[in-house]
Design a protein around this ligand. Sequence first.
Ligand SMILES: [Fe+2]
Length: 241
Amino acid sequence: MQDMSKYTKEDLWVWKTLFDRQVENIPGKASQAYIDALNHMSPVLNADEIPCFVHINRWFETETKWELKVVPGLIPVEEFFQLLAERKFCSSTWLRSKDSLDYLEEPDMFHDIFGHVPLLSNPVFSEFVYKFGKLGCQFIDDKDKLLQLQRLYWFTIEFGVIKEEDKIQSYGAGILSSFGETNQIHQQKANFLTYSIDEIIQKVFRTDIMQEDYYVISSFDILFESLKELSEVWSKEPSQV
Ligand SMILES: [Fe+2]
């Protein structure tokens, strides 16, 4: 459960500072779908109040039916897939301190909520995340396939970019919740690679540095095609438990 009474004035200051700074930063850098979704959610997701999970969950009831689930930290990957397949998205409830606005060892509420939640209200993207969870559940005992799916998650839901009107725009939560990484991408310090599901599921990623390689999609449809492709190929393979 999220205990709203525990948040301090400093928490609100941190939330508002991060929110306002990033809203000002992302035009022309974030996917239009993300910006539209963030605006759409403004009644329950804005700079002026700490996000209340009860309100957000109520809001989702008449939208894409997602539900925020409070988790104590990292959870087993199997559980994570199972929750996604029930349209439950894990979020932490703590916020970084004001002395470390840009440094984070593990995801806090700004990452989870500002980064991930808006696009869950986008019907197409929401369906992708749900189907992603479903596919994971289908192969829940196959560690190798779950690892491949984790890589897909990393290079799309966390660090995905999309080409919109000839411009690279971010939609990944890891980018959009980071002021530094949002800007790094637009300072020609990144490698933009052609989206390839075969490459992504084999690609080892690092969590302790800003990313160097980003896979560019042309529309969210390609994400669905990837899931379909994986599902078809994997269903024909003998399972490696
Ligand atoms: Fe994340």
